[in-house]
Design a protein around this ligand. Structure first.
Ligand SMILES: Cc1cc2nc3c(=O)[nH]c(=O)nc-3n(C[C@H](O)[C@H](O)[C@H](O)COP(=O)(O)OP(=O)(O)OC[C@H]3O[C@@H](n4cnc5c(N)ncnc54)[C@H](O)[C@@H]3O)c2cc1C
Length: 397
């Protein structure tokens, strides 16, 4: 039998997170500085309240100071945290730090974990993940050009990256670089940890973007004869793509979990406004078109939630969830966009103004169809995998 109930422990966690959101998060949203986030002191104060309530880092295991609630647990709490653009950092579960911490848990050795993971998991430092390059397709990173050449006891890195989220102010970057150009495509690259103070690591600029930008910008970076000790290699030589998959799979689903929160909050705003705003002698809620938007949005959010929970459940069971993650990545991004779009339409000029969170949600939602793999690539992955199953079936006949 399928059980949709939520355990009493998770219900209690959800209730306590909701209380913190109500008491401290929503009321501080207007303190956000576009492209910078909350003022540092205020963010630290709010993070401390979350830590005191033992609600820090839902994505991390308890041994690293997190909540240890698995992927289904994360889905259920990230849905609440995703209701506000400032909450993921307040609760210690924001990209890219969350994904980097998970990667360091999987791939870092003890010394690397002490030096990089411990302060990251505690929220004492920030980090970035440097894979995408302006000159080649980010959708097909086997074409990456940044190189890391082993010289004696060092790696010497040269290359050009962009859209590296959070780079300004990061303590270190996890860099994807080609270490063996002659290897097969998915074994050419490795991951290397580069402390931000290393000579030859240069942040050129924060790229101007449509969305709210987030803390530390989406940056263009150059590596010029950037030398780091050989022991900064993460995992083994040639494991870059394997580790990227391990990092990006759960990372994508965490985005989807947060999108549900933004979609749900926009939906609630749409319903409340439709009931209170009158036009042509009756509330907007009486118009069939608005009712259709409400019904469609409810159906789509519910479908996206079920799909997200299903992918999370498979990950918790240690099963391959590649298809489920790709499904929810492109479907969830579309639902997020469409629900916010309808909510803005119902609000009229107010929806277009900065007096509600809807316009920022809308600008941020556009990026969801591109980062961590564009819609088209995830559709391709899903279709190829499904067709492969049918091909194999045909061979058996
Ligand atoms: C807000 C934001 C934050 C980001 N943060 C990071 C980060 O922290 N670190 C990092 O390394 N990168 C980051 N990225 C980069 C992101 O991962 C890439 O933008 C993404 O992988 C797409 O690569 P691209 O931009 O080079 O587009 P391209 O690969 O050049 O693709 C361009 C377009 O071509 C189409 N396309 C591509 N392949 C196919 C296909 N097979 N079939 C059909 N159509 C196709 C798609 O419509 C796609 O949008 C971020 C991007 C954004 C927008």
């Amino acid at each position: 039998m399928i059980d949709f109930s939520i355990s009493p422990e998770l219900e209690d966690i959800r209730r306590r997170i909701t209380a913190l959101m109500d008491e401290y998060v929503y009321q501080n949203e207007d303190k956000v500085i576009e492209h910078e986030g909350l003022p540092v002191d205020l963010e630290r104060e709010l993070q401390q309240k979350v830590k005191d309530a033992r609600l820090w880092a839902p994505n991390l295991p308890k041994q690293w100071g997190g909540m240890g609630i698995g992927y289904v647990g994360q889905a259920l709490v990230n849905e609440i945290i995703g209701r506000s653009v400032i909450a993921p950092r307040v609760f210690g579960s924001a990209a890219p730090d969350a994904g980097n911490a998970e990667l360091l848990i999987i791939a870092a050795n003890e010394a690397q974990q002490e030096r990089y993971l411990r302060p990251l998991a505690a929220g004492d430092v920030r980090s970035c993940f440097a894979m995408t390059e302006p000159e080649v397709s980010g959708s097909d990173p086997t074409g990456l050009r940044t190189t890391a050449v082993r010289k004696g006891s060092e790696w010497v890195i040269n290359g050009h990256k962009w859209f590296i989220s959070g780079a300004i102010g990061s303590a270190f970057a996890i860099v994807m670089a080609v270490t063996d150009a002659s290897a097969e495509p998915r074994k050419r690259a490795s991951m290397i940890i580069v402390p931000a103070e290393t000579a030859g690591f240069e942040i050129i600029r924060a790229v101007g973007v449509m969305g709210s930008g987030g803390v530390g910008g989406h940056c263009e970076i150059r590596f010029e004869n950037c030398r780091v000790p050989a022991e900064n290699l993460l995992g083994k030589v040639g494991e870059g793509f394997k580790l990227a998959q391990a990092r990006l799979g759960p990372g994508r689903i965490q985005h989807c979990m947060r999108w549900l929160g933004a979609a749900e909050r926009s939906f609630e705003m749409m319903c409340r406004y439709a009931l209170e705003r009158e036009s042509f002698g009756e509330p907007l809620a009486n118009k069939q078109t608005v009712q259709n938007w409400i019904a469609d949005s409810a159906a789509e959010i519910n479908a996206a939630r079920m799909m997200t929970l299903h992918a999370a459940w498979k990950l918790d069971r240690g099963e391959d969830a590649r298809i489920e993650i790709s499904l929810i990545k492109f479907y969830g991004a579309r639902v997020l966009h469409d629900v916010i779009d309808r909510a803005i339409q119902v609000h009229g000029a107010l929806g277009y103004s900065k007096d509600t969170p809807l316009e920022m949600f809308y600008r941020d939602a556009r990026a969801a169809r591109i980062y961590d793999g564009p819609d088209e690539v995830h559709r391709m992955v899903v279709a190829q995998r499904i067709l492969e199953q049918f091909r194999n079936e045909a061979k058996l006949d």
